[in-house]
Design a protein around this ligand. Structure first.
Ligand code: PLP
Length: 456
């Protein structure tokens, strides 16, 4: 009998995260202090992050155990189901076997709470009473709002203006979970006021919202800390729970992936599903094709420059080695708000640079075509971000149909699209525009990337 849902026995739940720093093909270039351009130390970061997370950021331990209180919260929604997409396979008439890990069942509707709960826990343990953050599409702000409520802390969310205006239900969701939501750029911070002075009609960007949230934490005198929903090592570390579970679930049915796919904004759900399998490629020589999927309107991995750059527009964050479109880059207002980020996680950037992983980019219409096909076959309406991964998985399956290969494809269903009906409406009525990367804006933004080389 066909087994659609592959569950994990609660006693087999992974109880440690996987740290890919232990298996990197070469040492990572260290983050640099934005003022001195020297490598940052734990003390530099302690103004905005708790020590528990700073230690994880720099750790080289291969496995890091998950605290009991975090495990308790994880058990509310984990393990998530792994599903064999038999109906999608039939619709595509492909010999490929397609599996997906369903993170859309997490509270808030996406994988983001896997790290939100861990970050809130380590903050609380060190006396933080409030956390500030930014949100693009709203998923991260939702996840952190829930996590802070669960642990009895305050949460302030700077929400990118264009999303604030176009996604009122996301705002209400965050407020219902107890979050304090401010549209960004805002007049409540120095950086926000500067962005508004430069362009009063700006749609905002993740880069600007990060500047605001970091500023509030850095100038608070210690009780308020900042939290980031992607990009950093500790965030990708927490998300490896996805891939660790998927590995056990696939093993339980005698399956192993030839191809692992996820969409990529900052790289956290991609790292989450891919890194535990990448261990097998880096350490055991397994042949696996890892594909990170990004929007053609914001193609950091496929068209960005490998360089040190700031994480934010206001140049407050440390410089990270990454693929970047420039910290000034404001991507066009595509519906996959969670993928509108100028850079990408350093760990993922290095693995792409070294050829261990690769990236592809798609325009909006083919992405939504894949989303609708998936929704009809599997019954889940995916987030616009997630739909990028689905497009790539479908294309890999079509290649198998043409070549006759029966590859095993695993992708991450990072979230559902129940708050994205405006985007689906635009697609269904033929109004969705295939936004191109603005070459002029890109050149200008790239010119602003600082000329810094890695310390010897
Ligand atoms: C935030 C988000 C993403 C993009 O972020 P990553 O850090 O690259 O994973 C993708 N999918 C969903 C559903 C999201 O909420």
């Amino acid at each position: 009998m066909d087994q659609y849902n592959i569950t994990l026995n609660p006693k087999d739940m992974p109880d440690a995260w996987y740290n890919i720093n232990a298996d990197m093909p070469e040492p990572m270039a260290p983050p640099l202090h934005p003022g001195t351009m020297k490598p940052v130390g734990p003390d530099d970061l302690s103004a905005i992050f708790p020590m528990g997370l700073i230690q994880q950021e720099m750790s080289a331990d291969p496995m890091i155990s998950i605290p009991g209180e975090v495990m308790d919260k994880y058990r509310l929604w984990r393990s998530t189901p792994l599903r064999r997409a038999y109906r999608l396979e039939k619709a595509l008439n492909t010999p490929a076997k397609i599996y997906y890990k369903n993170e859309s069942v997490c509270p808030g509707g996406s994988h983001k709470i896997n790290t939100a709960i861990a970050q809130a826990y380590y903050n609380k343990a060190e006396g933080t009473t409030e956390i500030t953050t930014e949100t693009g599409a709203g998923q991260w702000g939702s996840a952190l709002s829930i996590a802070c409520s669960m642990l009895g802390m305050k949460c302030t969310v700077y929400m990118v203006r264009v999303s604030y205006d176009h996604k009122p239900y996301r705002r209400v969701l965050m407020q219902t979970y107890g979050g304090n939501v401010i549209p960004s750029p805002s007049p409540t911070t120095n950086s926000g006021r500067a962005f508004l002075a430069a362009d009063p009609d700006t749609t905002g960007s993740l880069g600007m919202a990060i500047s605001e949230a970091v500023e509030v934490a850095a100038t608070s005198g210690g009780k308020i800390k900042y939290s980031l929903g992607s990009v950093l090592n500790h965030v990708l570390l927490h998300q490896t729970i996805i891939g660790l579970e998927a590995k056990k679930q696939m093993e339980s049915v005698g399956a192993y992936p030839d191809v692992v796919i996820a969409c990529c904004g900052g790289g956290s759900n991609f790292g989450g599903i891919a890194f535990p399998f990448a261990h097998d490629k880096l350490r055991k020589g397994k042949k696996i094709d890892f594909i990170a999927v990004e929007p053609a309107a914001c193609p950091s991995l496929t068209r960005g420059i490998y360089a040190y750059d700031f994480g934010d527009t206001g140049k407050l964050t440390p410089l990270l080695m990454q693929y970047t479109l420039g910290h000034d880059f404001v991507p066009s207002g595509i519906h996959a708000g969670g993928l509108r980020y100028h850079g990408v996680a350093s760990q993922l950037a290095l693995l792409v640079k070294k050829g261990v992983m690769r990236a592809v980019a798609y325009k909006q219409n083919p992405v939504f075509e894949a989303a609708v096909m998936f929704a009809k076959a599997e019954g889940i309406i995916p987030a616009p971000e997630t739909s990028h991964a689905i497009r790539a998985a479908i294309d890999e399956a079509i290649k198998c149909r043409e070549s006759g290969e029966a590859k095993t494809i695993l992708f991450n269903l990072s979230g559902h699209g129940h708050f994205d009906m405006m985007a689906y409406d635009a697609y269904n009525s033929g109004q969705l525009v295939d936004l191109e990367l603005d070459e002029k804006a890109l050149e200008a933004a790239e010119a602003a990337i600082p000329k810094v080389t890695a310390p010897a």
